[in-house]
Design a protein around this ligand. Structure first.
Ligand SMILES: [Zn+2]
Length: 226
């Protein structure tokens, strides 16, 4: 029932593309995304349910963007300016973050770890002039001590997760601070085209952290399990 405006938006957006059938429904993906399956001149979209409470115009913009993506087969972001603005707004976070956190099972949902507090880490970065945010993101340690992925950011949900592998007295504080610094650059960059997140400029800013060399050495050590 709630899918009707979505379906209408996709049928409008695809009306000039010559499909005999366009279907679209919401799907509870953990991340904000959409998938489609295409058989001949029939196409079926599964669309992130984070759009379920979006203003109706956003459904039109999103549908238009999906058809364009399908035509050009490019993975780059092509959201409309107003859609981007909405996706990066406080409203979007308020509407969707609680559900996102529920779906993220590996989050401890606490900034205070056994040894280190991520909020204090963020304060240290601010004091060094490395971070300036209008609103702090949701900071949390992971439940499991991931070794492959030591930090993770959802730019849309404004969530930063740091691997609890670094919440350990044997690992110096600057290691998790450095990973937090990395993730905060993603937060300040916002939405970018796929594949351009870690560009030269990103690495230049990353190395503004005083202990980056020692921190990188620690991250290698952790990733190799030593
Ligand atoms: Zn990164």
């Amino acid at each position: 029932m709630t899918d009707q405006p979505l379906l209408a938006a996709f049928r409008r957006a695809g009306s000039t593309d010559g499909f005999s059938s366009v279907e679209a429904s919401f799907h509870p993906f953990k991340e904000f995304k959409a998938q489609w399956t295409r058989r001949g001149d029939e196409v079926n979209f599964l669309v992130t349910d984070y759009l379920e409470r979006a203003p109706p115009v956003m459904l039109d913009d999103f549908a238009g963007c999906m058809f364009q993506r399908m035509r050009t087969k490019r993975r780059s972001e092509m959201y409309s300016p107003r859609m981007k603005e909405w996706m990066l707004s406080d409203d979007f976070v308020k509407l969707n973050r609680p559900l996102y956190l529920q779906r993220s099972r590996n989050l401890a949902r606490s900034h205070a770890g056994r040894c280190y507090d991520l909020r204090e880490g963020l304060d240290r970065l601010k004091a060094m002039g490395l971070v300036s945010t209008q609103r702090d993101p949701y900071l949390t340690w992971t439940r499991k001590p991931n070794l492959q992925r030591l930090g993770y950011t959802s730019v849309l949900m404004k969530v930063v997760a740091i691997s609890s592998a670094m919440d350990d007295s044997r690992v110096p504080q600057f290691v998790s601070d450095y990973v937090l610094h990395h993730e905060m650059i993603h937060i300040s960059d916002g939405l970018r085209a796929n594949g351009t997140y870690h560009d030269t400029e990103f690495h230049r800013r990353e190395k503004a952290y005083p202990h980056w060399r020692e921190a990188e050495a620690w991250l290698k050590r952790l990733a190799s399990g030593r």
